[in-house]
Design a protein around this ligand. Structure first.
Ligand code: NAD
Length: 705
């Protein structure tokens, strides 16, 4: 389908205005690049036109190329339309509002001048999709702002605000005028006679030392860890280096080759999948988009422990004022200090200025009583994980909170409906399950109880997004989706220890796979005690529950992780480096002896498959139970909650790279060897038999709760 009509051309005051009008974000779809070229040809042939303006209709300039078109044959790519802008005999002014990302910024860079509204954001996020910018972006940006700044922007994929872009030399002007189109036409008239037309391709805006080989070598060294799994960052450096050393044309060829080589790599495909999975997760099947939900403009957090303080910080970081309530003045003061110290550490690291810290602290109000939070749009409860305490808190919230306020719980596993039963307004109650540390981890698992209103879910998701989180919905069940699907992985890790694997070996397998840290090292940070109570509760409720003796004994010995100086590893005072510890080996040996467990060696592949297949099987059961809307939501949770390597797409996407039948066969074997806990899910068996894809599965009944 061609989107030619999405480019409009009209002369105004001697300026040819080319408007991209492709809602919602002006992504460059099929035919649009051709239409830009046609419009330029018309204007260049029209003697009454002296210059051009390229502008987006609506809030954005061009948010990027249409990602659905990557990996497919295109009639022309952005490099061709960018070249046409660049070559225009009459100057072109890019007028940027909202986002100019990827292909959007590449088109703007090919224009001869760039002016922007103060809120504009520019960036080249292609590397985050496993690609390099393919429309001349690496060549023009480098020539315009120098290789150091260009590599920073291209390798991070970050959004650069208008002020910074002006300072760097990406923009020529930031205008306060409310009518950007009029300002751009005015600007275009003022530069219409300038000759030669200034082109980024002709510039060389860098100091000699910034182009030295050492600059590129140190950049390569800084991405070496990432580059183990991802080819795109090193290819991007190669392109920038080509911009410094070679002619514009030759540099473009290097860029085109890198783009072509990367476009269909498994990593790029997985990253594109992850991008769309996150978009999809925002949707509730069969329900109109929740964009119209009222924003949460004031929030409260009850309980300022590990999670509550992180959540309060996340609100303050998002410029949402938040009130914090505790069980006693002492606990409130401890919460305040915890929040202050977290910010102070950021200031010390240099990632936050003292001014910003002061502004953010000022958004957090520490209050003594429930009546102080009554007016807030939303309240998140983050008190102890005990139903009686949750009931007490929700009873009080019900009594004071204004009608329509969101009543949310950060519980990791408790039944939302039971929590909601403490209120007379269960429709307003939902889970918003954040992950530790809540101000850093991206996932917010929005939990839907039987009686949660759809509007509550939509508003909670909107709140989560405003906090910079990626949200996905889970039905209420023990552990919801994220922790429930991960629990079997944790179980198999512990059981493999009993059978002869070591924490270090398992951690290494997982970091080689692409996790930033091994699961045992992570557990030492979050605390071994966090899951201890949950295991006791499950063992009481289910006589067949397989007890995990090793972590239980470590906790009972006081080894709770880094906070106690030892857990799965031993830590030197003031140092976070994990050292293997004989004590753990002794505990493991004692457990193995006591239960007569045979010791053996494990291959890396067996370890990887055993932990991840256990979780894939559980994920299928979650879908079977109708607790997830779609398999891709589970992937979104693993990517954003647990650090699953993004270039592997997610748990279910990765499973498909092995194939459902291979996964099913292995799980069936393990069911014969290890018993009941490995019985394959019926859904997995079906997908294996039909040779389908696990990542495309929808939850039973499609409803999810
Ligand atoms: P925590 O023990 O660090 O903090 C709980 C806080 O709640 C304490 O400061 C306590 O003083 C306060 N509190 C207790 N009863 C209260 C009451 N009646 N009124 C007001 N405040 C009260 O616990 P946490 O780790 O922050 O966990 C809080 C919740 O978040 C739990 O439901 C937990 O399951 C969940 N959660 C924890 C993690 C994690 O990794 N720690 C992750 C996700 C979710």
């Amino acid at each position: 389908m061609s989107d030619k009509s999405r480019i409009k051309y009209e002369p105004a005051d001697g300026v040819g205005v080319i408007t991209i009008d492709s809602p919602p974000v002006n992504a460059l779809g099929p035919g649009m690049r051709e239409s830009i070229i046609e419009a330029l040809a018309r204007g260049n042939a029209d003697p009454s036109v002296q210059a051009f303006v390229l502008i987006g209709a609506g809030r954005n300039f061009i948010a990027g190329a249409d990602i659905r078109q990557f990996g497919k044959t295109r009639s022309i790519n952005s490099s061709v339309s960018a070249a046409a802008l660049d070559a225009s005999a009459k100057p072109v002014v890019a007028a940027i509002s909202g986002y100019a990302l990827g292909g959007g910024l590449e088109h703007a860079l090919a224009c001869h001048y760039r002016i922007a509204a103060p809120g504009a954001k520019v960036g080249l996020p292609e590397v985050t999709l496993g690609l390099v910018p393919g429309g001349g972006g690496t060549q023009r940006l480098t020539r315009l702002i120098g290789p150091r700044a260009a590599m920073d922007i291209i390798l991070s994929g970050r959004h650069v605000g208008a002020d910074e872009a002006l300072r760097l030399g990406i923009l020529d002007q930031v205008t306060d005028q409310p009518d950007l189109r009029a300002a751009a036409i005015h600007y275009a008239r003022s530069i219409a006679a300038v000759r030669p037309v200034p082109r980024a391709r002709d510039k060389q805006n860098w100091a000699v030392q910034d182009g030295e080989p050492a600059v590129f070598e140190s950049m390569r060294a800084s991405i070496a860890r990432k580059a183990r799994h991802l080819p795109a960052p090193s290819r991007a450096i190669e392109c920038v280096e080509a911009a410094v050393r070679q002619s514009f044309e030759d540099g473009l060829k290097v860029e085109q080759q890198a783009f072509a080589d990367l476009e269909n790599t498994p990593e790029a495909k997985a990253l594109r999948y992850a991008f769309f999975a996150e978009r999809e997760a925002a949707k509730i099947p069969g329900i109109e988009s929740g964009l119209a939900a009222a924003p949460v403009e004031s929030a409260a957090v009850v309980g300022a422990g590990t999670m509550g303080s992180g959540i309060a910080i996340a609100f303050a970081d998002a410029a949402i004022p938040v009130k914090v309530l505790e069980s006693s003045p002492e606990a409130l003061e401890r919460g305040r200090l915890r929040i202050r110290d977290t910010y102070a550490a950021r200031v010390k690291r240099g990632s936050l200025t003292q001014d910003s810290m002061d502004q953010r602290m000022a958004r957090i109000q520490f209050v003594p009583g429930y009546e102080d939070i009554a007016d807030c749009d939303a309240v998140i409860e983050a008190v102890f994980e005990r139903m009686d305490v949750k009931h007490q808190v929700f009873g009080k919230l019900d009594a004071v909170m204004k009608p329509g306020a969101l009543l949310l719980t950060n519980s990791s596993a408790l039944d939302i409906d039971q929590i909601a039963s403490a209120t007379g307004r269960p429709g307003d109650v939902a889970g918003t399950h954040f992950f530790a540390p809540a101000n850093v981890m991206k996932l917010c698992e929005v939990v839907r109880g039987e009686r949660t209103a759809v509007a509550t879910l939509q508003r909670a998701m909107k709140m989560g997004r405003a906090m910079g989180k990626v949200c996905a919905i889970a039905g209420s069940c023990d552990g919801f989706i994220a922790n429930r699907s991960r629990a079997p992985m944790m179980t198999e890790m512990m059981l493999m220890l009993e059978e002869g694997a070591t924490p270090r070996q398992i951690d290494k397998v997982m970091t080689d796979f692409g996790y930033p840290m091994g699961p045992f090292a992570v557990n030492d940070i979050s605390g071994l005690d966090v899951s201890y109570e949950g295991r006791k509760r499950r063992a009481l409720a289910n006589p067949e529950y397989r007890k995990l003796h090793v972590p239980d004994r470590l906790v009972e010995m006081g080894r709770k992780g880094q906070k106690t100086g030892a857990g799965w590893y031993r830590y030197e005072k003031g140092d976070r480096t994990p050292h293997p510890d004989d004590v753990v080996a002794q505990v493991v040996a004692a457990v193995a002896k006591e239960f007569g467990i045979e010791q053996r060696t494990f291959s890396d592949e067996e370890i990887l498959h055993r932990v991840l297949f256990a979780s894939i099987n559980e994920a299928c059961k979650i879908l079977e139970d109708g607790k997830a809307y779609r398999a891709s939501d589970i992937d979104v949770m693993w990517l954003n909650g647990f650090g699953f390597p993004r270039h592997r797409g997610g748990l279910m996407y990765w499973a498909d790279t092995i194939g459902a039948s291979g996964v099913h066969r292995q799980i069936s074997d393990w069911a014969r060897r290890y018993g009941k806990r490995w019985i394959p899910s019926r859904l997995l068996a079906d997908v294996a038999a039909s040779k389908g894809n696990l990542r495309e599965l929808q939850g039973a009944q499609g409803a999810g709760a």
